[in-house]
Design a binder for this molecule. Structure first.
Ligand SMILES: CC(C)(COP(=O)(O)OP(=O)(O)OC[C@H]1O[C@@H](n2cnc3c(N)ncnc32)[C@H](O)[C@@H]1OP(=O)(O)O)[C@@H](O)C(=O)NCCC(=O)NCCS
Length: 174
């Protein structure tokens, strides 16, 4: 396992620059705290996070610097499609490129796994996330009414069509 992804450092330089690495069980308490900050009442619990981390077809990564998790994300890759399971960045670290760094990696994992399409849901009031997904080429498919509980917010379903051969070597090792 390599701790650094060469050429993918969104800010800072040198050995203390944030980098992607696989999510570990030991990260889960910190991630559960970030979940609460980022998603409030809809946050995944520690046990839900642990179940996800061990789930079939899942790849979870964190952006971390000096042992501190700044952001994280996960993707499920099935036989022919993929789904972004979650992505979040510490509010104090937003706008620095970590969200795009995480998404680029999750999409590379999906492509390498043979997915032709990547799906996700995003709450209708999440402007920054929607901006990120739009910029990557995701297109809205429709609305899932009251998808998020307990808030009852609607979700927009989005899809990205992956084109090109998608070589395994496209995935940076983390
Ligand atoms: C969505 C999120 C992960 C983005 O993380 P980030 O590190 O701030 O994102 P980046 O700095 O990499 O920005 C990537 C792109 O996102 C979009 N974006 C980021 N902040 C934005 C904002 N305030 N308004 C609109 N678009 C924004 C832009 O397209 C940006 O690209 P650009 O810098 O080239 O313009 C972060 O805002 C977050 O954790 N939000 C709360 C959790 C969440 O909503 N998760 C998604 C659930 S579906």
């Amino acid at each position: 396992m390599k701790a650094q992804v060469s050429g993918l450092e969104p800010s800072g330089t040198g050995e203390h620059a944030p980098a992607l690495r696989p999510m570990l069980k030991a990260d889960l308490p910190a991630i559960a705290e970030l979940e609460k900050v980022c998603f409030g009442a809809e946050a995944w619990s520690l046990s839900m996070l642990a179940e996800e981390l061990d789930g079939i077809g899942r790849t979870y990564v964190v952006a971390a610097a000096e042992g501190v998790v700044l952001g994280y994300g996960g993707v499920f890759v099935g036989p022919d499609f993929a789904e972004i399971m979650t992505i979040a960045v510490d509010p104090a670290q937003r706008g620095l490129g970590y969200g795009r760094l995480l998404m680029d990696h999750l999409l590379a994992v999906a492509r390498a796994g043979g997915a032709s399409h990547v799906f996700l849901e995003v709450a209708t009031d999440l402007g920054p996330a929607r901006g990120l997904y739009d910029s990557l080429g995701f297109v809205p498919l429709g609305i899932r009414k009251r998808y998020y509980q307990p808030s009852g917010r609607d979700a927009i379903m989005m899809r990205l069509t992956l084109v090109g051969p998608g070589l395994v070597s496209d995935v940076p090792e983390v």
